[in-house]
Design a protein. Sequence first.
Length: 240
Amino acid sequence: MKPCERTVQLVAASMGRDLERDEALFLKEHAAVCPECRAHLAASDTAIGILKGGLVPQEIDTPPLFNERLRERLRERAGHPSWYRYLPQIRFRRFELGFLATLLLLAVGAVTFFYFHEDAPQPQLVTQKEVSTDTPLSIDLEYLAVHPIAEVTVTIELDEGVVFHSDYREIADARSHTWKGRFNEGINSIPFMVTVEKPGIREIRTRADIGDWRHEHRITLTSNGKMLTMAMYRLPKRRI
């Protein structure tokens, strides 16, 4: 036999509010004559106060998670099954929650970065070649002008260990060199030569300011002491 519907409803209601005096009195008197309802009340927090003559349940020591499980059973008997009871019960300590929150933020940041940067222009390999370290390396910077440009400034900067190969002392001893001049319509080339003093990986950086735009190259030099490999990359132009 199941407990009476009114008993189940009142016990479920007591989970969220205090019962009215007549409701509590009904439960007390009805439980005295109905074994099923008396057993149902005995399994609930509400019965502790009602069966002892009070309207407010007394505090007692209960096993861990007793109240949560009891409320779920009462809701199910009242016709409101708790679907979330089937989910795994996972409890985290404070530092574990902080660690998980940090991982979540990093994941969101990574997804956001790649989502907004996947279409960003990437450096483009222009040319690649290999020469002996016994001979100077000749490099040509090429720029395409759709119309004549009256004033252009091109700056070349060298890493330590890379030197300009020139008969002019002031150029050979310099760490950077700036060229100023005019570009004609079509392809314009600015040649220069360098040597690498020791094995290793070094870089040459160039920039050309043309109107409101800056055009840049990154030139990687890799030397093993006998051979020198050059890879020239053109960076996306940007407004200055």
